[in-house]
Design a protein around this ligand. Sequence first.
Ligand code: ADP
Length: 617
Amino acid sequence: MDTTVTLSTGSDLSEALERYWGYTSFRPLQREAMDAILHGRDSVVVLPTGGGKSLCFQAPALVRSGLAVVVSPLISLMKDQVDTLTGNGVPAACYNSSLAADEKASVAAGLREGRYRLIYVSPERLVGEGGDGFVAMLSQCDVSFVAVDEAHCISQWGHDFRPEYRQLGRLRALLPSISLHAYTATATARVRRDIVSQLGLTDPIELVGSFDRPNLVYRVLARANLKRQLLDVLSRHERQAGIIYCTSRREVDALAAWLRESGVRALPYHAGLADDQRSRNQDAFLEEDADVVVATVAFGMGIDRSDVRFVVHAGAPRSVEHYQQESGRAGRDGLEAECLLLYSTADFMKWRVMLERNGELSDASRKLLRDMERYAASVGCRHKHLVGYFGEAYRRADCSACDYCLDELETVGEPTVLARKILSCVARVGQRFGVAHVSNILCGSDNEQVTGRGHQELTTFGLLQDMPVAEVRGYIEQLIAHGFLRQTDDQFPVVTLTAPGVELLKDASGALDLVLARQRRPVKDRLPKRSRIEAESWQDVDRDLFERLRALRLAIARSRGVPPYVIFHDTTLREMARLKPRSVGELHQVRGVGAKKAETLGERFVEEICRSSPGAP
Ligand code: ADP
């Protein structure tokens, strides 16, 4: 137990929040997480991306005396956080392999003189071989606590295991009297348990937040004409930041090139690019020199850009965990963002083949895939589905932020009639053909495959001739997801009837609750609706002014050599463009403007506001 805390901590925390960050309230569980530190009790804090984990240890570092040590896995993450902190007037530094000898010496001197409140280090620097010097240095300092960021990296059950995190198990022995605090966005209980045991936490308080991300609008579409579908999304997000995830490097390269030809500032990112090219592309995205990154899943951690307004998956990922992780990179600033999954059942076949080839196809991985498939083909509230998957109850009746709740999914009037037409066609061809062939017969397309087998003579030929083939394919995929049809796992998968499918063919009453979603018409005809969050966050915002403030932020960021979101977040700029403060004093009212920023940047922003809207009230 730490006995040095005698301050009335509650108000001190609020004061620090207001003064350094310009925030007037705590996000859920932030207070509790901060209290754990102030009371010197070990803790594990699980909050979703964008939940405000950093503040949980940064604010107490200012309230407690001494030095807070933060373990962080990536140099780029450390640098961003330190830049943000110093921009807010918090004395902080990082100590890692990217520092030149003289920089290291200067940080070491700063530590000796007690100049910093927070020091960011990599795990290997802290406890790895050759890190002993650093621990020795720390033992000269008055260390107040250790925060382990991205703590799931310690677990093999996590999605981002890093062997060097394992060495953190030594921390307890090295710094026995100091409390340890772990932070992660990974929700599973197994990872949490692993963190506790690997770090050797003592009776830790565990704080697990809600994993719902109400500001994200989830949509799922059958992949049809990918390029058209992408252009539709991009047209909703002009000049905004986005990530497009693809399942192969080749597709990444092709799409990135095509987008550039189409005038989009897009860059590719995958493990096949040379290291320097990859980090250049990542930096360009972070520094707003590029709007869109087309990437494989190699693009992930360290993407701290908070204003990512859309994440598109051009193919299904291999698990809901992956989907949650990747789509979760959208909207970290809490403002509206769109997560679109474009998928086809073929994606899951590809995954199975690939996992099999790598010897990773197990019952577990098959189940993860099936769960992902179910998410894609399901018709219902997507927020509810996602949080339910992670074991959380969803209390709202209507999220107002998914294709289902926004009423963008049209359902089929008589789903059982449609389902039986499809099932009977599958039966007619002897359950020996794939999705494409069955759809062609149903649509009455007399191509060679069909006529070559005499399938134009079947009674089911042309039964759905007024529908496009892609639409029929979509229904077949939904019936697979609903368990009435099954797709085999071989190289040329065929569609067969399941027992419920056979039942449904015999007796329609077996599927009274079947819902099928109509495959949507192009978005041009049916403009997606705006989510409630989106409508609210733009309320009374002068959009032109917002764009000009963005430009100003970019110019300042360039001149300082930091990414723009280190200067101000979009939330703050929107509030400026809403409240239009006309003096530095008034600027203090804006959330996200702390004392230091008001002092160093206030004039320029106020000037821009006054110039842009002279005479406004
Ligand atoms: P995480 O690490 O959990 O993904 P961050 O720490 O990056 O989240 O916080 C996400 C965003 O929310 C940041 O822009 C941060 O400044 C902001 N934020 C955190 N706490 C608060 C708060 N209490 N009030 C307003 N904004 C906050």
